[in-house]
Design a protein around this ligand. Sequence first.
Ligand code: ADP
Length: 259
Amino acid sequence: RLPVLVGGAILEHHPHQAIAFVLDNSARKELEQRKDDFINMASHELRNPLAALKLQTAMLRRHLNKQGIHTAASALSTIETQLNKLTRLVEELLDVSKMQAGKLEYRRETVDLDVLLREIADAMQHLHPSHRILLQRAVHASLLGDRDRLGQVFSNLLSNAIKYSPDATTVEMELSATEETIRVRVTDHGLGIPQEQRDKIFERFYRVTGTQQKAIPGLGMGLYIVTEIVKHYEGTISVDSAVGKGSSFTVTLPKSRDA
Ligand code: ADP
């Protein structure tokens, strides 16, 4: 047999080992690439709001001196928006690290899902007036769980649906139930997700590699957080998608036995 040259190492007589080594190496490279992408994206995501905050604070100081109340008020609302964005980002990073350590805590309260979805849809519609959000609730469904954590599941899916679809398109959120389960489906008419990457998007820090997707800022934490919360409630999440046509995410949660 011929010696095989892999990554600078010569592996003689062991073609199986060589293949394992190649796979290992490319998986490691992919992880490293993902980490580099994450750090790069995270730095931008942190730096941009900070730059905006600095600028607006300087403006605020100038206008307060000149008593330009209107300009000052508008600077304050930009500051507030950027602070909210940073807070969300930092909270998501903390959530991910708590999830990794298995230390995320869940409250137990009765959650009316139809009410929760209405609130999320309204808040999101307010933030994104150029999309049309359609909410369909065929049932009244309640669950024993953590309202904020469950809210995170649906607002992440809805905000992705908006983020990865063009303005003026419709995003649907649909609540239904069977005897045993509650189902929420979020559908968009946007970019879609290539078949071979559909499993990976649920992994921590994974982002779809297409240029269109990459141009949209994000850190690849949302779907990981969603998946972990759904797993906590012994539910499932799945995705159906067609590139260029759109995607549909379905969350199925078992009804609480004592709800
Ligand atoms: P983020 O959006 O911050 O990158 P997520 O974990 O929420 O992170 O999503 C992971 C990746 O899955 C995204 O980068 C995006 O490429 C893809 N994705 C998620 N939701 C959608 C969607 N509705 N349509 C198209 N692509 C999506």
